[in-house]
Structures are given as C-alpha cells and as structure tokens.
Design a protein around this ligand. Structure first.
Ligand SMILES: [Zn+2]
Length: 126
C-alpha cells in the first residue's frame, strides 16, 4: 500500500522535465522546428507535436489530471470547458510573457485539432 501511495504522488516531487518524460513526452525536431511530442491519450503510437515557440502561442495546453501536477504547479480553469487544470512553472512563465493566452485542457486541444481537420477537409471538398 505504501508503495502505491508513493507512485500516486511521484509527480509532485519530480521536476517538470522528469514528469513530462515519464508521460512519454519527448523533445523532437520537426520540419526544422523544435518542439515536444505529446502522446495522445487513448491513441497509442500517435503523438501530438507541440512546437516550442518564441512566439505567442494560440493556446497553452494544460493537464486536467491531478496526477500530472508537478512541483510548483498552479490550478486554473480550461478556457473552453472550464474544468480544473494544472499549469506547470514553465507554463506560468509563458503566461507572464504572453498574458491573455487561453489555457486549455488536453481534451479540448484534441477537440480543436479535430475541428481544424474537419474544416480543412471541408475546404478541400469545396
Ligand atoms: Zn477543456
């Protein structure tokens, strides 16, 4: 029992990098842009490429899982569905740099991507 408890709280003691790594997130380079690959929940083998940007992001992805909370994370709400999400220290830094950027949960990010895909497909059909 004791060990299980350790597992559940492990994230809170990890650095952000360690936590991301344990979630399967890897730093990658794609089309000459640096970024990270985020595994898509429920879709094994599929990754979502998130470019590491020096520009203002359209939205900031945050986890709604309490288990993903890393040391120094803050609670906020998803701009789309209002669910509680945790923003990591590096995300908080990004928000300070780009105030007003919507923070959205992973589920809503996936929804946005699906919608964009659909819109692109509809454009092609025209
Ligand atoms: Zn959401």
């Amino acid at each position: 029992m004791r060990e299980r408890k350790t597992d559940q709280t492990a994230f809170s003691r990890m650095t952000e990098g360690e936590a991301l790594y344990s979630l399967g997130v890897r730093a990658v380079e794609k089309d000459g842009r640096k970024g990270i690959n985020l595994p898509i929940p429920g879709k094994p083998g599929e990754n979502l490429f998130i470019p590491a940007s020096d520009e203002k992001p359209d939205a900031i992805v945050a986890s709604d899982s309490k288990q993903d909370r890393v040391k120094g994370s803050k609670k906020t709400r998803c701009a789309d569905c209002r669910c509680k999400v945790w923003i990591s220290p590096s995300t908080q830094e990004l928000l300070r740099r780009y105030p007003g950027t919507p923070v959205i949960c992973i589920a809503c990010v996936l929804k946005r991507i699906e919608q964009e895909k659909k819109q692109e497909e509809e454009e092609l059909e025209k």
